[in-house]
Design a protein around this ligand. Sequence first.
Ligand code: NAP
Length: 323
Amino acid sequence: MRVAQVTEFGGPEVLVTVEVPDPVAGPGEAVVEVSTVDTIFVETQVRAGAFSDHFPIQAPYVAGGGIAGTVRAVGEGVDEAWIGRRVVTALGFSGGYAEQAAARAEKLVPVPDGLALREAAALVHDGVTATALLEATGLGADDRVLILGASGGMGTLLVQLAKAAGAQVVGVARGERKTSLVRELGADAVVDATHGDWTEQARAALGPAGADVVLDGVGGELGLAAFALTADGGRFSAHGASTGGFAPVDTDEADRRGIKLTGIADLQLSDEDYTRLAAKALEAAATGRLHPVIGGTFPLDQASEAHRTIEARTLLGKVLLTI
Ligand SMILES: NC(=O)c1ccc[n+]([C@@H]2O[C@H](COP(=O)([O-])OP(=O)(O)OC[C@H]3O[C@@H](n4cnc5c(N)ncnc54)[C@H](OP(=O)(O)O)[C@@H]3O)[C@@H](O)[C@H]2O)c1
């Protein structure tokens, strides 16, 4: 089978298509014939050699961890009823950019009838994390929420889920096309982070007390500026590092102001939570309550181009690979 392999850490060109033996389902595993592969921003950072303390991956490795496809074989101890079923699963940080993948059966999630595998693939990571974030922050109808990175794969889902929960949503995105998209998705107000006075605009939209909940999907200085917009007694999720690092929030100040901080560690999910949250996100999409924004699709042998596109920040929403 063909896979897109990261030959060594570096630029998008290190992603090349190679032939490897087909996977075999070991005990507790299923082999999935992959139809669509999810890509996420952090995969470009891992490919470039960043976060090696967090993702102990050695090159060469097959990139990607989120797939949608059909189960073709099962290993010892796995119910044969899975064979032929359409599923999504998260493999971890490698093995996904492939025509087939061996997955742990405990982490397979059936795709509801009526939902295309393409849309399902777009929810493998973003839909799960977005749903987990809503639960972790207890976001509800009384909340004013500020969403950074609102035009990205996960941000576009967070805007929709927060609106559906009844919250007042202020999105932060960059540039006219992206702010328009966030407005179309239902945000009550959208602020352009490329404008020097964006924090003042956000404060005006949120009201003088600020945001009850901040969902920071970008980190760095933007995330830090958003921390200042968090209301006393509010919640701040520092799960984003697309600027290169998480928001360097002063934990003493958070304590003083009674702000509950959560971060990437709170999003490490058990298999049980993963399958529960994925099923919830897939069901929301199948019933038309959640619309993944798919900005572009690339064939497997153009995985390097897909990474270039993610890094160029030109597409809206997310990028997928089709097999
Ligand atoms: N997807 C998940 O399941 C998951 C899980 C845990 C954590 N996260 C984190 O959540 C964040 C969003 O992930 P994603 O998968 O949704 O990625 P994505 O679709 O590629 O979105 C990235 C977001 O970050 C923004 N961004 C990138 N570079 C930026 C910069 N230099 N300054 C300001 N904004 C910048 C982008 O805005 P522009 O389009 O304007 O560049 C976009 O809104 C990432 O930091 C990721 O590590 C994601």
